[in-house]
Design a protein around this ligand. Sequence first.
Ligand SMILES: [Zn+2]
Length: 321
Amino acid sequence: MRRGLLLVIPAILLAAASTYPQPTATKVVSRPVQPLVDYSPLPALQQEIRPVVTPPAPVPRVVLGAQTTRPLVALTFDLDMTPDMAAAARAGFKWINTDGTSYLESMNIHATLFMTGMWAEVYPAEARRLARNPNLEIGNHSYSHPAFHSPCYQLAAVGRAAQLGQVQRAQQTIERVTGLTPKFFRFPGGCYDRAALDTVHAAGLIPVQWNVNSIDAFNPNPRQIASTVINGVEPGSIVVMHLMRGNAPSSAAALRLIIPALQRRGYEFVTVSELLAAGPAIQPTDPREVVEAAQPRPPPAPPPHWCGWVTGQKGRVYICR
Ligand SMILES: [Zn+2]
């Protein structure tokens, strides 16, 4: 009853007011008040300062190259050293191709060197000197170059339990000698299986293979190596070569053909890190995750010693022997 009365009274007052003559509206022109500080409403501010969380790019399982249309190519060089090679080095044999390294340095070529821990131990001064060159990236190529999956050419295999030790010992040796911490790992002989890939990832490294094999190991023919590389390279390629002279005798001569030829085609030489900054990794599509090499590479045919026409029972023929 009382509430009904309370509602009726304002209604009567409003009705009365509406009958009064209304004053003409005066236009009030005033500058909008500029607040000293532009306070945004609190919820909006909170939204603005909320950090944008983008998921990290997935770590590639195995890198073969990079997806890019830019004319970039990563030359990579393996520096192998087995216990037998280290013994030969102590006897005076050289497993270092200073002709090749000085050519890369003189041309300011960006490249990646996959170094075994033993190579860094046998050639510490050279390892340090190469690591100081900002154009060169240093990768891990195991400690003593065993096969992580067999068959793998003629490499001695390392058991599953010792594989992590191979990766870690190389990492520690390279860090101690050069002061650098490799991010990438290359399997000796390029041979691996799923468990070996897991081991490398567990050590915090990314396996890097290649999609252009120069086939420079034991190859005396620089033109053959060069044409293999020049014909195989596409934007984003990774090329595998060696810089050990003893078992890759023509790599430096091949580089003197490869580098000018690719530069004429507009290619820029980059490290693996620089290549992967330009595009996502090209990865193998084989779901078995196995790479093995059953046969040792056949030695290239020696060049003929003599060629000429000879007359036989069937007439004159041109032979080389
Ligand atoms: Zn190797």
